[in-house]
Ligand binder design. Structure first.
Ligand code: ADP
Length: 595
């Protein structure tokens, strides 16, 4: 499912290849930042040279005026460096923020295209974690670590070159330390990457646990499972903590060792340099400048090692982000799409020998389904729970594609109709509609954002929602709370129906609520549904007798097959499964007080 990116080097290349095109639009800012970085590093490298003259002016020449001018020169150098540092840090950070904001939006947009199957496997907590923390890790790399890496490379190469020019002996001493540092950085780095990936994964899991508890808070509280949820979350956090502490241990060992090796090298340089001063081969100023360069080298090596481990961690984050970004939706836009044939053409919604299962090793959920639904026909699906009714309905807007067989609308294979056109043609009222944490108005207008406020209100009237909305403090501008919790079940349903009035789909899929609403609400929802079904091809997953009686055709589904079909009275007369369901009162009579 996920693009395999085996091997570290190909993997780094993969991440770089992903990032480069995203940096390209910012090349001007990046070039200026790059130039500023080089100048600032060059000024930093000039510092020991100037200090050498300052020391010699004080100790050797005892020249006060030279000392003054050198001190002023140093101040000017640092002031200039400050300006270039500002430029580099600002431009780079701002660019990184822009690139990552773009990446986040792109990832979010991509995630929205993935099919329900993907969401069945991943928790929303994990996904928000990818959007938030993995993207942040990448942002730190771009805004800070990359520049630091370049700066330290410049320092390292510059200081080594200057050491080589100024004194080869000391340079050789310094350079012998380098391979030890590089090798250990490499070894520690890969351990760190593995640990970091685990920490991130475990944190994402604990996020998912928390998010689940928040969204199901009434259940958690009514079953008084707060303690259990706390323990569940606590366990996940404890696991993440354990790995994080191991990571801290590795980090600690790593930096302890690196600093010892690097600064141990400085001691050697100091000692050798001291000997050279004693022999009169170099001046004290020269020794100080050597020392400063050697410190630069040591500091650069330490910083590079730390950056390397940071880089390893970031690559883990990059992999997770880009893997998600490259995940192909299982439901794809048709490569050669056909526009939906005009409505006047023959043919409604047709299933031809449709078989479906949720995965290769899952059992068949729908078998040998042949079905012709005329335009405008109202078809009720009944059958035991788990029979495959919702699955059948989910094939119509292509939340899933049939494993075998074809579904056509007006003669066109659904897989060849542009997704947007198909999904515009299909309206869904789920069993328990959830609303967005926004105003009533926005929730209705979700059905057709360009609708005028007149149309929104008209839709609310058709859905028998206008009255109760007017009764709310704030009316259409009232906020509904997260997932619509401030409204009753029946009110939420009527808002969902109002949305459908605005959308005006050709095909309607209704999943009748099983939980009973209060009778008044029930009657209003019934009426609203009746109006919305007029003239539309409708598939209802029916739980109520009244709905079934009103349908043009009833399909009795059992174990993925159409067992019986006909009108209510035909099926009762047939005396098969439907008759048994009917007599066993598995269909709720009705809750309409008018009957
Ligand atoms: P109904 O709507 O008739 O109650 P469904 O269509 O929801 O039945 O389910 C039919 C079968 O498919 C059930 O056995 C259910 O467990 C299975 N099923 C539903 N959704 C999934 C899924 N996302 N992955 C795997 N199996 C599923």
């Amino acid at each position: 499912m996920i693009t395999p990116q085996e091997g570290k080097s190909s993997f780094s290349l993969f991440a770089v290849r992903q990032l480069l095109p995203r940096l390209r639009p910012h090349r001007r800012a990046l070039s200026v930042a790059g130039v500023a970085l080089v100048i600032s590093a060059a000024l930093g490298l000039a510092f020991p040279l100037i200090v050498r003259h300052l020391m010699d002016a004080a100790f050797e020449d005892r020249d006060a005026s030279a000392l003054n001018s050198i001190a002023i020169l140093l101040l000017v150098v640092f002031a200039a460096q400050a300006v270039f540092n500002f430029l580099q840090v600002f431009l780079l950070s701002a660019t990184a923020e822009r690139v990552i904001a773009g990446l986040r939006t792109e990832l979010f947009a991509h995630l929205l295209t993935l099919s329900p199957g993907f969401y069945a496997e991943r928790s929303s907590g994990e996904l928000t974690s990818r959007l938030a923390s993995d993207c942040s890790t990448l942002q730190v790399v771009l805004s800070h670590q990359l520049a630091e890496f370049l700066r330290q490379i410049l320092y390292l190469v510059g200081a080594l070159t200057l050491l080589a020019i100024l004194h080869t002996d000391l340079m050789v001493t310094t350079i012998t330390v380098a391979p030890i540092v590089v090798l250990s950085a490499y070894a520690f780095g890969s351990i760190l990457r593995a640990k970091s990936t685990r920490v991130q994964d475990e944190l994402a899991e604990s996020n998912a646990t928390a998010e689940e508890a928040f969204t199901q808070i009434p259940i958690v509280q009514s079953f008084t499972r707060e303690g259990w949820e706390e323990k569940r979350y606590g366990n996940r956090i404890a696991r993440a903590l354990k790995t994080a502490v191991q990571r801290a241990l590795v980090r600690g060992l790593f930096f302890g060792m690196i600093t010892f090796v690097a600064f141990g090298g400085i001691v050697v340089v100091l000692w050798k340099g001291g000997l050279l001063v004693l022999e009169g081969q170099i001046t004290a100023g020269e020794l100080v400048s050597f020392l400063l360069y050697a410190v630069s080298v040591a500091a650069a090596i330490t910083a590079l090692a730390s950056l390397y481990s940071g880089y390893q961690e970031a690559m883990g984050a990059a992999k997770r982000v880009f893997d998600l970004l490259h995940l192909e939706p299982t439901i794809k836009e048709p490569r050669h799409s056909e526009a939906l044939p005009p409505a006047s053409d023959a043919g409604g919604l047709v299933f031809r020998d449709v078989w479906f299962r949720y995965g290769l090793d899952e059992p068949w959920v729908l078998r040998r389904l042949d079905l012709d639904i005329r335009p405008g026909e109202i078809v009720a699906l009944v059958g035991p729970s788990g029979a495959g009714k919702s699955t059948l309905a989910a094939l119509v807007p292509r939340f899933w594609d049939p494993t075998q067989g074809v579904i056509t609308l007006r003669g066109a294979d659904l897989r060849r109709i542009p997704l947007i056109e198909l999904r515009t043609a299909v309206g869904i009222v789920p069993q328990e509609p959830l609303l967005f944490a926004d105003t009533i108005y926005e929730n209705i207008a979700y059905g057709r954002p360009e609708a005028s406020s007149e149309e929104v209100m008209q839709a609310a009237r058709f859905a028998h929602a206008h009255e109760f909305i007017q009764g709310l403090a704030g009316g259409y501008e009232a906020m509904v709370g997260e997932r619509g919790i401030r409204l009753s079940g029946g009110q939420r349903q009527r808002i969902a129906i109002a949305r459908i009035f605005l959308k005006e789909p050709e095909i309607l899929i209704l999943d009748e609520a099983t939980s009973s609403l209060d009778t008044e609400s029930e009657a209003l929802v019934e009426e609203a549904l009746e109006t919305v079904m007029e003239g539309r091809t409708t598939l209802i997953i029916a739980h109520r007798l009244k709905t079934v009686q009103r349908a043009d055709r009833v399909l009795v589904i059992d174990d993925g097959r159409i067992l019986e079909q006909g009108t209510h009275s035909e099926l009762v007369a047939e005396g098969g499964m439907y008759a048994r369901l009917y007599r066993g009162q598995l269909l709720e009579p009705q809750a309409d007080p008018a009957d």
